[in-house]
Ligand binder design. Structure first.
Ligand code: UD1
Ligand code: CA
Length: 451
């Protein structure tokens, strides 16, 4: 059995968020806050995770974790998905020490290191967790805290150091003296503990005089007083320790994570003309030499090929897949759609629940009308198709390879435009048939699309 487990604290009341949605489920770049924490834990090698929920947020949390777990299994290699996530309930929010103790029954028989992670600290990286664990283990500590030095430590517990890596105690801001408040080294709330030894330490934590809460940080002070080894280990980068208590901090950590994601793509060969205006879901994959213009949002685990051109002002959502060399341009939204290589939708279009073949051009203003007010329906468009400007494809419908539609054509639901044909008008009909019905049989140009 692995000697490593994680306990993720997510039962807090999140009063400072002033929200009906549990704090740990607020999305950051499309993924719930707490899932960012779990991603880091799994990347650091944790294979057994216990999440502490409250009575109120339990079912929402379970649903979100299940969705994350299933989606992750589809996205990653099987070897990285063999981990367990259990949810336990902390009946009353009596503080962080009590929250950790709520996981005790679920970890019955576990003998090893438990790393406590805060469900509201989404910037934590695998390398910081690994650094904490490696120091903790190599120094034979009983309890070790991941700390970070912040320019503005306001609101965080401060680390009071003894000699070297040892710490004397952690003092919460509300209990701190003015001198202690000047300490810039703060407690991330991420703490490694030796189990089962630590359970007794946690049981001996006395309630805070100020708030009557049982602080996990008190366990550190207690360990140090009892002469047990308590360490503080600095995070790989200070930003790793940032927590979210309110919406301003939510915006701040979103910016931090966004910068990291964008930087990783740039290192992997993606051009972001102005990364400050680009939002990319951490689960998205993007190929080399793709060019992302300003104001692009990529939501969900989308897969974008190489040499694709996105934006400005493009919105790619819902796990869409864009083939190599394609383009999604100005004010175009693509959702749950697979576009073949070299296919383009450059202006003012909506593509939903669709498959589009290779080398197809979706003209300006084209709408895939996928929603009938009740259900969503699929649309299939073949390869080398040309959809004229302002085409409406009422789903479910299909357009065959090398077919064309005229500007303003409305292809009705359950219609199939055969391969190679040109359909025009409202409702769209084969060009020759419509011309005949209008008494026009002279040839002529098909109303053109845009390129
Ligand atoms: C806590 C730390 C503080 C640290 C900061 C880092 C304590 C007492 N203080 O303060 O030293 O600098 O995190 O962000 O630990 N939770 C429960 N059950 C509870 C209470 C909290 O599950 O009864 C969870 C919350 O959902 C949250 C985490 O524990 O994810 C931390 O709780 P929070 O109330 O946000 O603590 P802070 O005031 O931020
Ligand atoms: Ca917090």
């Amino acid at each position: 059995m692995s000697r490593l487990a994680a306990i993720v604290l997510a039962a807090g009341k999140s009063k400072r968020m002033n929200s009906a949605l549990p704090k740990v489920l607020h999305p950051i770049l499309g993924m719930p806050l707490v899932c960012h924490v779990l991603e880091a834990a799994v990347a650091a090698g944790v294979r057994r995770i216990v999440v502490v929920a409250s009575v109120e947020n339990r079912s929402a949390l379970e649903a979100a974790l299940r969705e994350w777990h299933d989606e992750r299994a589809r996205r990653t290699a099987p070897s990285l998905t063999t981990f367990s996530v259990d949810v336990v309930v902390q009946e009353v929010q009596r503080g962080t020490a009590d929250a950790v103790l709520s996981a005790r029954a679920r970890l019955q028989g576990f003998d090893g290191t438990a790393v406590v992670l805060c469900g509201d600290a989404p910037c934590v990286s695998a390398s910081s967790i690994e650094a904490l664990l490696s120091e903790h283990r190599s120094k034979g500590a009983e309890i070790s805290v991941l700390s970070g030095e912040l320019d503005d430590p306001g609101g965080y517990g401060r680390i009071v150091r003894g000699s070297g890596a040892a710490i004397t105690r952690i003092v919460e801001e509300k209990d701190a003296t003015p001198d202690e408040r000047r300490i810039r080294e703060i407690n991330s709330g991420i703490i490694a503990l030796e189990v089962p030894l630590a359970w007794s330490l946690l049981e001996n934590v006395a309630p805070s005089k100020e708030t009557d809460e049982l602080y996990l940080t008190e366990a550190v002070s207690l360990a140090s007083r009892e002469g047990r080894k308590a360490l503080a280990v600095m995070a790989a980068v200070p930003e790793d320790v940032l927590g979210v208590n309110d919406r301003a901090q939510l915006a701040h950590v979103t910016a931090v994570i966004r910068r990291r994601v964008n930087l990783a793509h740039m290192k992997a060969g993606v051009t972001l003309v102005d990364p400050d205006t680009v939002f990319i879901d951490p689960r998205a994959r993007i190929g080399r030499d793709t060019l992302i213009m300003p104001f692009v949002v990529i939501e969900g685990p989308c897969v974008i090929g190489s040499g694709v051109r996105l934006g400005p002002f493009a919105h790619v959502r819902g796990g869409s897949v864009l083939g190599d060399g394609g383009a999604v341009g100005n004010f175009v939204e693509v959702v749950r759609t697979r576009m073949g290589s070299s296919s383009r939708a450059l202006h003012l279009a909506y593509l939903g629940d669709a498959t589009v073949g290779e080398g197809t051009n979706v003209g300006a203003g084209t709408i895939f009308a996928n929603y009938d007010g009740k259900d969503k329906h699929p649309t299939s468009v073949g390869a080398k198709v040309s959809l004229g400007a302002g085409t409406v494809l009422v789903a479910p419908c299909s357009v065959g390879d090398s077919a064309r539609t005229g500007a303003g054509a409305v292809v009705l639901a359950r219609e199939s435009v055969p391969a190679g044909e040109t359909w025009v008008g409202v409702p769209a009909r084969k060009n020759a048939a419509r011309r005949a019905s209008l008494g026009e049989d002279k040839g002529g140009e098909v109303p053109h699309g845009t390129r």
